[in-house]
Design a protein around this ligand. Structure first.
Ligand SMILES: Cc1cc2nc3c(=O)[nH]c(=O)nc-3n(C[C@H](O)[C@H](O)[C@H](O)COP(=O)(O)OP(=O)(O)OC[C@H]3O[C@@H](n4cnc5c(N)ncnc54)[C@H](O)[C@@H]3O)c2cc1C
Length: 400
C-alpha cells in the first residue's frame, strides 16, 4: 500500500472509475461546470471505447447535453398487444437515440481539450478504498492513485441472491436491418409489441425505424434467464417475415446489438463510506422495472456536479430516489418473477387507460401522489395485492 499517497494531499480531486455511460457522463457534466474548471480529474478505464457496443434510447421533455449527437428522434410511439394497439403522439416528449460510439468520441473530444483538468489512464481498478484524506485506487498492474473523492461505475458485483429480493434481466438481441422495399414508419417507433407468444414471460419486439427501409429490430424479454441466441434470432425473423411480410431476400442484417441489463431490487448502494460514490448500474441507475438507465445517469451526473460546484462535496443523498417509486418497481418485479405473462396485461392497461405523458412521468419518478393513484387505479389490483403480501412476508414471489 502506498501510505505516502494516503497521508499527503491526494493528487486528484476526483477519480472516475470506469469510462462508460456513467463515468463519461459525469466527466462531461464536470467539464461543463465553470466552477469546477480548476479541479483535477482522473478517469481510469480499461477499454479503448472505440466500438459501437450499444445504442441508448430514452424519452425526454427538455433539451439534453447530448442532443447534438442524437442519431434520430421520434414524436410518436406505438404500443401493441393482442387486445389493444395505438400510436401515441408524444406531445411535449421526444424519443431519442444515440450511438454509443458517437457518445464515447464526443465526450473524449471534450475532455481532450482540457488536458490540465482531465487525465485519462488506460487501466483496470482492482481495489478502491476510503482513506483518511479521500480514496486510494490500486490497478491490476499495481499502480496506485489517490484522490479526494471517487465515483465508481464498475459493474455491480452481486455475488449472492437472497430470497428477499427479485432478480430478473432485460435481455435482448437486436438486428439493424435494411430492406429492399418500404416497410417501416420512421415517424413512430415501436415501443412495445407484445403480439407474439409470451411463453409465460414478458416478451416483446422493439423497433427503432430510422427510415422506411432501415431499422433496429430487437427481441426483448424481462425474465430470469437469457435464451439461446438462436431463439432471439428466430423471433426477429418471425417479426420480419410474418408481421412485416418480408421475404428472406428482401432484408439484410447490417449490425447486431446484444445485451442484458439487471432488473432487480437488490440493494445497490449509492455511496460507500465517506469518499466513494457509486454511479450508473452499480448505483441502481438501471430502473428495476424497465432497464432504462441513460436519463437516470444524466440526472445523477447533474446532481453530483451541482453539489460539487456549490458545496465542494457530493450530496449526502447522491441519487435523490423516492421510496414510493422503489416500492412500485419492487411490486412490478415481483409480479414479473411470479407470472411474467401478466406483464403484457399490466402494460396494456397502462397504455389503454393513461395519457402517454403520465406514463413517462411515472416511469421518470416525477408524478404527483394523485397521478400515482391514477396509475395504480388503471391496472388490475389483484396481482399487486398478492405482491404486497409477499413484501410484507419479506420474501420475493417465485415462479408459479
Ligand atoms: C446493449 C445495451 C443497450 C442498452 N440500451 C439502453 C437504452 O436504450 N436506454 C437506456 O436507458 N439504457 C440502456 N442500457 C442500459 C444502460 O444505459 C447501459 O448499460 C449503460 O451503459 C450503463 O452505464 P454504466 O456506466 O453503469 O456501465 P457501462 O456503460 O458498461 O460502463 C462501465 C465501464 O466500467 C469499465 N470497467 C469495468 N471494470 C472496470 C475496472 N475494474 N476498472 C475500471 N473500469 C472498469 C468498463 O470497461 C465500462 O467502460 C443498455 C445496456 C446495454 C448493455
Amino acid at each position: 500500500m502506498n501510505t505516502a499517497a494516503s497521508l499527503s494531499a491526494p493528487a486528484y480531486d476526483y477519480l472516475l472509475v470506469g469510462g462508460g455511460a456513467a463515468g463519461l457522463s459525469l466527466a462531461y457534466h464536470l467539464a461543463q461546470e465553470p466552477r469546477l474548471a480548476g479541479k483535477r480529474v482522473l478517469l481510469i478505464e480499461p477499454e479503448a471505447k472505440d466500438q459501437n457496443d450499444r445504442t441508448w434510447s430514452f424519452w425526454a421533455d427538455e433539451p439534453g447535453l447530448f442532443d447534438a449527437i442524437a442519431t434520430h428522434e421520434w414524436h410518436a410511439i406505438a404500443f401493441r398487444s393482442p387486445s389493444f394497439e395505438r400510436t401515441f403522439n408524444l406531445k411535449k416528449y421526444t424519443y431519442r437515440t444515440l450511438r454509443g460510439l458517437d457518445f464515447y468520441q464526443f465526450v473524449h473530444r471534450a475532455l481532450g481539450v482540457r488536458p490540465a483538468q482531465f487525465t485519462l489512464v488506460r487501466a483496470e481498478v482492482a481495489d478502491l478504498v476510503n482513506t483518511s484524506t479521500g480514496v486510494e485506487a490500486r490497478t491490476t498492474t499495481g499502480q496506485v492513485f489517490a484522490a479526494r473523492y471517487a465515483f465508481d461505475s464498475r459493474p455491480p458485483a452481486i455475488t449472492t441472491q437472497p430470497a428477499t429480493y427479485r432478480y430478473l434481466l432485460q435481455h435482448f438481441v437486436g438486428w439493424e436491418v435494411e430492406t429492399t422495399r418500404d416497410v417501416f414508419d420512421p415517424q413512430a417507433m415501436e415501443f412495445m409489441d407484445f403480439r407474439g407468444a409470451q411463453h409465460h414471460e414478458a416478451r416483446f419486439i422493439y423497433v427503432l425505424p430510422y427510415s422506411p427501409r432501415r431499422a433496429l429490430v430487437e427481441y426483448t424479454l424481462f425474465s430470469a434467464t437469457p435464451l439461446a441466441k438462436a431463439a432471439y434470432e428466430a423471433a426477429i425473423v418471425e417479426y420480419l417475415q410474418h408481421t412485416l411480410g418480408l421475404s428472406a431476400s428482401e432484408y439484410q442484417v447490417t449490425a447486431e446489438e446484444v445485451g442484458a441489463i439487471p432488473m432487480t431490487d437488490h440493494p445497490l448502494p449509492a455511496r460507500v463510506g465517506a469518499h466513494i460514490i457509486n454511479l450508473g448500474t452499480r448505483a441502481g441507475r438501471a430502473k428495476p422495472s424497465t432497464g432504462y438507465a441513460f436519463q437516470r445517469i444524466q440526472a445523477q451526473s447533474a446532481r453530483l456536479a451541482q453539489a460539487l460546484a456549490t458545496t465542494g462535496h457530493p450530496p449526502a443523498d447522491p441519487t435523490g430516489d423516492k421510496w414510493q417509486f422503489h416500492l412500485f418497481d419492487t411490486l412490478l418485479l415481483d409480479i414479473m418473477q411470479r407470472r411474467g405473462e401478466q406483464t403484457r396485461d399490466i402494460f396494456t392497461q397502462l397504455f389503454q387507460r393513461n395519457p402517454v405523458e403520465r406514463i413517462f412521468q411515472f416511469l421518470d419518478e416525477k408524478t404527483s401522489w394523485t397521478d400515482n393513484l391514477r396509475i395504480m387505479n388503471s391496472v388490475s389490483a389483484w396481482p399487486f395485492l398478492r405482491s404486497i403480501g409477499q413484501l410484507v412476508r419479506g420474501r420475493a414471489s417465485q415462479r408459479e
